[in-house]
Write a new protein. Structure first.
Length: 67
């Protein structure tokens, strides 16, 4: 049976690295990268929405032919 050693300290179980604050240059790059990823997702979502709308319109035209 494996368990925790009762003499172990917290820092021995889990090593937590402190997060250093970003410099303004690093934060600018981080921000630009995040904005790029969000724009890419928005572009894909809009493209998919337009594809679905076009397909729905085609289905409607096939199922409701003009007389």
């Amino acid at each position: 049976m494996y368990g925790l050693n009762s003499c172990m300290r917290i820092y021995e179980i889990q090593r937590i690295k402190p997060i250093k604050p970003m410099s303004p240059e690093q934060y600018r790059l981080y921000s630009l990268k995040r904005n790029k990823e969000n724009a890419k997702k928005a572009y894909k979502a809009e493209k998919d929405r337009q594809t679905v709308t076009k397909a729905q319109h085609q289905i409607f035209q096939i199922t409701h032919p003009k007389k």
